[in-house]
Design a binder for this molecule. Structure first.
Ligand SMILES: [Fe+2]
Length: 393
């Protein structure tokens, strides 16, 4: 779908609710994932240029469209959706498939207002830190919002819904609903599984700044645009997003930080005036290779989930994977479409069973190397009594 790159059309006025890069301007990449059946709407979200793509998936129903995990409904997004409506029928349902992913929740009320006829479905137990508020206060329209599972499921003759969790995380709960779109054989999921490639996603082609920013070794290096720099920057972003603080990363002292700031070629806002609080000591290429292992472009459990959500609940994840491998609709599974990183990823029932076996056979939620920072966080939360020992509800 050809799109003009227009700033007014990419405005997202609600960004202060979750002040993540790229703030008030959201560019959207629209791709047809499966011809005539499934579309991906991708935007960047992140902190301080640590931006990873976030995806809404649009699925065609017999009688209209379903939006799974909405992104910010900028003018650009709404126009592309109206185009799809013209061809395939109206948006019938808007689904928030996760209880915890704030980045997926915030766009929902605005998307619901843009489609006043659509039914809104939410995962139970929405967090509204620090207070638990009724969903109408969070902006979900009271008259047409329903709770997944508790009040049924949308279009359950065309879609197969399955819950991962719920898990009690102390601060709130983790739960997400996967959705098998039977017409295309695509399983839509949110955060549970990802497939990460060593090359940057297409979304960065319009503006590779976040990649070039992180490809540097120090703050006084100007941004340089080469395919190698883009690739290195992307791998570092994926490491950040996966481990929060990967092993090859050291945080320089304030003195070092200021010494390297305002260097020639860096006196501009694009390179944050040379402020770069990261120092890569080891090889980020090697750390990235360890992240994706032999999984290049294939499905794996996101490390943050393994170490912070499921460290003591691997059985819950395995049960979900095995239900996907043998439950209703399993033989129809052809693709997985996660809300982050690559999509669509080829998949099958046997592949899901193998993934479950592999996860069961390997060490789980370890503490060393790239995992050290996440492990420390987990131990801290556990010791403080914030997260429970036995998280299954
Ligand atoms: Fe997410």
């Amino acid at each position: 779908m050809a799109q003009a790159d227009n700033a007014a059309d990419q405005r997202w006025p609600w960004w202060p609710l979750l002040p993540l890069y790229p703030y008030g301007r959201r560019r959207t990449l629209v791709r047809e994932l499966i011809p005539g059946q499934l579309w991906s709407f991708e935007q960047l979200q992140g902190i301080f240029y640590v931006a990873v793509p976030i995806r809404m998936t649009v699925a065609r129903l017999r009688d209209g469209l379903l939006l799974y995990a909405p992104v910010a409904p900028t003018g650009e997004v709404l126009r592309a959706l109206r185009d799809l409506e013209q061809q395939h029928g109206l948006v019938r349902s808007i689904v928030l498939p996760t209880a915890s992913g704030l980045e997926h929740k915030l766009p929902v009320p605005a998307m619901a207002r843009a489609f006043p006829e659509a039914q809104v479905w939410v995962t139970p137990g929405q967090w509204s830190f620090p207070l638990t508020l009724p969903s109408a206060w969070l902006g979900f329209p009271a008259g047409r919002t329903r709770v997944l599972g508790e009040q049924g499921f949308p279009h359950d003759d065309e879609l197969v819904w399955l819950s991962l969790g719920p898990l009690d995380l102390g601060l709130g709960r983790f739960q997400e609903f996967s959705c098998l779109h039977r017409a295309s054989g695509a399983l839509l999921i949110t955060d549970a599984l990802v497939a990460i490639s060593s090359d940057p996603p297409e979304l960065f082609e319009a503006d590779p700044t976040p990649l070039l920013f992180h490809a540097r070794e120090r703050g006084d290096q100007p941004l340089q645009d080469t395919p190698e720099q883009r690739r290195r920057g992307w791998q570092r972003l994926a490491l950040f997003a996966s481990f929060l603080r990967p092993e090859a990363l050291q945080v320089p002292s304030l003195r070092q930080l200021l010494d390297q700031a305002f260097g020639p070629g860096c006196r501009n806002a694009r390179s944050y005036f040379g402020l770069y609080p990261f120092h890569w000591s080891g090889s980020s290429e090697q750390a990235f290779d360890r992240l994706i292992g032999s999984q290049q472009g294939r499905l794996q459990v996101a490390p943050v989930l393994e170490r912070l959500v499921f460290p003591r609940a691997r059985a819950v994840l395995l049960r979900w994977l095995r239900q996907l491998a043998s439950g209703p609709g399993a033989s129809e599974l052809r693709w997985v479409v996660p809300a982050h990183y690559d999509a669509p990823v080829p998949a099958s029932a046997e592949g899901m069973a193998q993934l479950a076996d592999a996860i069961e056979a390997r060490p789980w939620a370890t503490d060393g190397g790239n995992w050290a920072y996440l492990a420390r966080l987990d131990r801290l939360l556990l010791r403080a009594g914030v997260v429970p020992d036995r998280p299954a509800l």
